[in-house]
Design a protein around this ligand. Structure first.
Ligand code: UGA
Length: 432
């Protein structure tokens, strides 16, 4: 099957590579010439565990190719996926649909034969109808169906999640479209369940899932605060809760708040849609406000504890919004750094993958260290903001040998609290 994918970001590229690996012929379309040039030359444009190897393999086989030309990409495609960004509007926070609509309008002229146009981007409910009418307006003869095919890949695990999805949701209203979606995923070794639903339901499932997970994280974060006050341990509490299969043991890890390009954006877009439709969604509203407050509040805790130091230096370990990715968008680490910078605190930061992304957001306002040791050097306090594996193994010796201060703000609960306290450190974790 020939599949065209519009957009080569964190959704489009892993999906394209995955579909090529399944045996489809994939062509990825992007407007950014520098990106397409790099990809053509075999240079991967984003970090995802296991992606580079599959990308090279399929590029060499010729099962995946890249173009800037909409015509070249769309002509002869059986299925077109729209995987462009839907960033939040700066004021209303509704999803900005200009890239999706532009893609739908541009592709219309080049559809030939029956084609399924599938939306992978996270889009407001009802977008499928708009895309359908945009294509119809532009090309009256086009034979096509618009399907909502929401994406559930996690950044950092995109390759794993592509081949092992919990479910595939397809909002397809015709038998022909359903057959094509079945065919698309039929080579999947894991034989995932495809749930066919109405298009508007599929669009809603995406937002409902992300908002639910965001609320779950906010809940466990509040529970961690509670544990801290009453002398309970959040890890034990989460383990105990997670044994109930109705609750489930995932997404019960406390941290500095959820970040990334999805949860913050999608919760706000959901809240916006609820308002427009006059539906009360107080849980989502509370999670959004609570999540924003949490990041700032945790930074203020650091500021308070080190306020007596004249020129404080804080080592920040981790800048990405979570481990396993190079993405710093909406990262709680960046928000906390911004708060510390407002108080003129000197920052020495290290991240195994996120330095490039962090530089785009923080520029030269902080110092970027090449190693954990360099970040810790002479620091009065260390903030662990991302749960990278290498941070778990930092020894007390390394901390003692490099830092001048004693404060450890472990906002991912990675280190052994008791040994640090016994070694004379002032340890602050979350709910433990
Ligand atoms: C999320 C969803 O998990 C994917 O299913 C979805 O496809 C994706 O958004 C999307 O809409 O494209 P992602 O943003 O990659 O994926 O990251 P998650 O692994 O879900 O983590 C999001 C944030 O929650 C991170 O900041 C992470 O540190 C935080 N988190 C997650 C916690 O604080 N605690 C947890 O227990 C889990």
């Amino acid at each position: 099957m020939k599949v065209a994918i519009i957009g080569t970001g964190y959704v489009g590229l892993p999906t394209g590579v995955g579909l090529a690996e399944l045996g489809h012929t994939v062509i990825c379309i992007d407007r950014e010439s520098s990106k397409i040039e790099k990809l053509r030359q075999g240079k991967i444009t984003l970090y995802e565990e296991g992606l580079e190897e599959l990308f090279h393999k399929n590029l060499a086989k010729g099962t995946i190719s890249f173009t800037m030309s909409m015509e070249e990409g769309i002509r002869g495609a059986d299925l077109v996926m729209i995987a462009v960004g839907t960033p939040p509007h700066p004021v209303t926070k509704e999803a900005d649909m200009q890239y999706v609509y532009a893609a739908a309008t541009e592709l219309a002229d080049f559809l030939d034969g029956y084609t399924v146009v599938a939306t992978k981007s996270t889009v407001p409910v009802g977008t499928g109808d708009v895309i359908e009418s945009l294509i119809n307006k532009k090309n009256r003869n086009a034979q096509f169906d618009v399907v909502s095919l929401p994406e559930f890949l996690r950044e950092g695990y995109a390759v794993h999640d592509f081949f092992n999805p919990d479910r595939i949701i397809a909002g397809a209203n015709t038998t022909k479209a359903k057959e094509l979606i079945d065919l698309l995923y039929s080579p999947m070794p894991s034989k995932p369940k495809i749930l066919f639903v109405q298009r508007r339901s599929a669009e809603t499932i995406k937002y409902a899932s992300n908002a639910f997970l965001a609320i779950k994280i906010h809940y466990i974060n509040e529970m961690a605060d509670f544990c801290e006050k009453v002398g309970a341990n959040i890890e034990e509490v989460a383990d105990g809760m997670g044994l109930d299969s109705r609750i489930g043991n995932k997404f019960l890890v406390p941290g500095p708040g959820y970040g990334g390009s999805c949860f913050p954006k999608d919760t706000k877009a959901m809240a916006f849609m609820a308002k427009v439709n006059e539906v009360e969604m107080s849980l989502i509203e509370t999670a959004i406000a609570g999540n924003e407050f949490r990041q700032k509040n945790l930074a203020h805790h650091i500021i308070k504890e080190i306020s007596h130091i004249e020129t404080p230096i804080v080592a920040v370990l981790g800048l990405t919004f979570k481990s396993g990715t190079d993405d710093c968008r909406e990262s709680p680490a960046i928000t906390m750094v911004e708060e510390l910078l407002e108080r003129d605190i000197r920052i020495q930061a290290f991240d195994p993958k996120g330095i490039k992304g962090a530089k785009e957001l923080l520029g030269n306002r902080i110092e970027y260290a090449g190693s954990i040791e360099n970040a810790l050097y002479n620091a009065h306090a260390v903030l662990i903001a991302t749960e990278w594996e290498e941070f778990k193994n930092i020894s007390i010796k390394t901390i003692e040998a490099n830092m001048q201060g004693k404060w450890i703000f472990d906002y991912r609960n990675l280190l052994d609290k008791d040994s640090l306290i016994n070694a004379g450190f002032k340890y602050v974790g979350l709910g433990r």
